[in-house]
Design a protein around this ligand. Structure first.
Ligand SMILES: Nc1ncnc2c1ncn2[C@@H]1O[C@H](COP(=O)(O)OP(=O)(O)OP(=O)(O)O)[C@@H](O)[C@H]1O
Ligand SMILES: [Mg+2]
Length: 338
C-alpha cells in the first residue's frame, strides 16, 4: 500500500520532466527532486531521526505537567526548565542526564512518558526511545561484565543511528552496583567517541533511592504546618545525591557518575497526599471515558493505605493502585466497570 502510493506519487513528476530533458543539469535537478520527494514520502510514513518525528514541544510539556501531573511542583519546574534549555541549545557540551528519585507510585515512569510524548511523535513507542528495566535486563549480579559490554554496545549503536535518542533506566536501585559506570564515557564532555557524538542524547534514571529521605523532609514541613509548595529543590537535592551515592542499593554506590558531576539534575518526587490520589482517581475515570464521580473518587482515595501510621499523611503506594481501588469501590456502589 505504502509502496504503491509512493510510485503513484512520483510517476507524474517523472513523466512531466522526462520530456524536458534538454541538458544534463536539468536531468540532475529532476533526479534530485525525485530523491527529495522520495525522502519526504519515506519520512512521512516511516519514523526517521529528523525534525518531522522528533520535535520538542515545550508548551505541550508545560500543559501536560500542569494538567496531568499532580503534587510534584519541584519535579515539574526542574524538568520543564532542564529539557527546554537542552532542546534549545544547538550545541550542548554533553548529553542531558536526569536522575528521578522518589517512592513508589509518585509519577517517575508517568512523567517519563509525558516527556517522551512531547519530544517524539510516537512517544514511548518511538524507535529512538529505549527503556532498560534492571530486573528484566540485568537480573544477575554475577554477569555484570557481560551486561556492561552489552549496555555500551546498545547505547553506542542506538546513538549512532540517531543522536537524539532517549534512554530510560528504570529500577536503578535494583541495578548491580558498578554497572551504570559502564556508560560513563557517553555522559561526559566529549566531542565524540570513536566518531559517535552523544551530546544530543537524553538519559533518564528512575530510582526509589532517596525516597525515604524525601518523605522525611516532606513530613517535617507538614508537621510544622508549612505549605508543601514551600519545599524547594535545595531542601532535598544534596541529601538525595548523598544518600544515593552512599546507598548500596541505589545502583549508584560510589558511582563516578555522581562524584564526577555527570548527573545534571537530581529530581525529587514528593510522597503523594490524599488530595493528589483523589485527583489520580478522577484522571483515571477520564482516561477510561466514564462519567466523573467525585464520591467514588473520594472513596477510592480513602481505601488507599497512608503513612505514618498515626498521622496518615502520605499514600504508601502513591497513585499506583488507584485503578484497582476504583474497581473495588465502584462494584460496591453502582456496579459500573472501569
Ligand atoms: N504525580 C502523579 N500525577 C499524576 N498521576 C500519577 C502521579 N503519580 C502516579 N500517577 C499515576 O499512577 C501510575 C503509577 O505511577 P508511576 O508508574 O509513574 O510510579 P513510579 O514513580 O514510576 O513508581 P515505581 O517506583 O514503583 O516504578 C501512573 O501511571 C499514573 O497514572
Ligand atoms: Mg516506575
Amino acid at each position: 500500500m505504502q509502496k504503491t502510493f509512493i510510485a503513484l506519487y512520483l510517476l507524474p513528476a517523472v513523466f512531466v520532466k522526462v520530456n524536458a530533458f534538454e541538458s544534463f543539469t536539468e536531468a540532475r535537478k529532476v533526479l534530485e527532486e525525485i530523491a527529495k520527494l522520495g525522502k519526504t514520502t519515506y519520512s512521512f510514513f516511516q519514523e526517521t531521526c529528523g525534525d518531522s518525528w522528533i520535535d520538542f514541544n515545550s508548551t505541550g510539556l508545560q500543559v501536560d505537567l500542569e494538567q496531568k501531573f499532580f503534587g510534584q511542583h519541584i519535579a515539574s519546574k526542574v524538568l520543564l526548565k532542564a529539557i527546554t534549555d537542552f532542546a534549545n541549545n544547538k550545541t550542548p557540551k554533553k548529553p542531558l542526564v536526569l536522575s528521578l528519585h522518589g517512592g513508589t507510585g509518585t509519577g517517575k515512569s508517568f512523567v517519563s512518558q509525558l516527556i517522551a510524548s512531547n519530544i517524539y511523535k510516537k512517544g514511548m513507542s518511538s524507535s529512538f526511545v529505549h527503556q532498560f528495566v534492571a530486573t528484566v535486563h540485568f537480573p544477575h549480579k554475577s554477569k555484570i561484565d557481560i551486561y556492561k559490554t552489552q549496555l555500551q554496545q546498545w547505547v553506542k549503536g542506538n546513538v549512532s543511528s540517531c543522536d537524539r535518542s532517549m534512554f530510560i533506566f528504570d529500577e536503578m536501585n535494583k541495578m548491580p552496583p558498578g554497572l551504570i559506570d559502564g556508560i560513563k564515557p557517553f555522559l561526559d564532555y566529549y566531542d565524540n567517541l570513536d566518531g559517535v557524538s552523544y551530546r544530543r542524547a537524553i538519559f533518564i534514571f528512575l530510582s526509589e533511592a532517596g525516597g525515604e529521605r524525601i518523605k522525611q523532609v516532606a513530613f517535617e514541613f507538614w508537621k510544622n504546618g508549612k505549605d508543601r509548595e514551600e519545599i524547594q529543590l535545595s531542601d532535598l537535592e544534596e541529601n538525595v545525591s548523598l544518600e544515593v551515592f552512599n546507598n548500596q542499593y541505589s545502583g549508584f554506590l560510589h558511582s563516578s557518575l555522581i562524584d564526577e558531576y555527570l548527573i545534571d539534575f537530581y529530581i525529587p518526587f514528593l510522597p503523594l497526599e490524599y488530595r493528589h490520589v483523589r485527583m489520580c482517581a478522577l484522571a483515571e475515570m477520564a482516561n477510561q471515558n466514564v462519567e466523573l464521580d467525585e464520591d467514588i473518587a473520594d472513596e477510592a482515595a480513602k481505601a488507599m493505605i497512608y503513612s505514618p501510621q498515626d498521622e496518615r499523611v502520605f499514600s504508601s503506594m502513591g497513585c499506583k493502585t488507584i485503578r484497582s481501588k476504583l474497581v473495588q469501590v465502584d462494584k460496591k456502589t453502582s456496579g459500573r466497570t472501569f
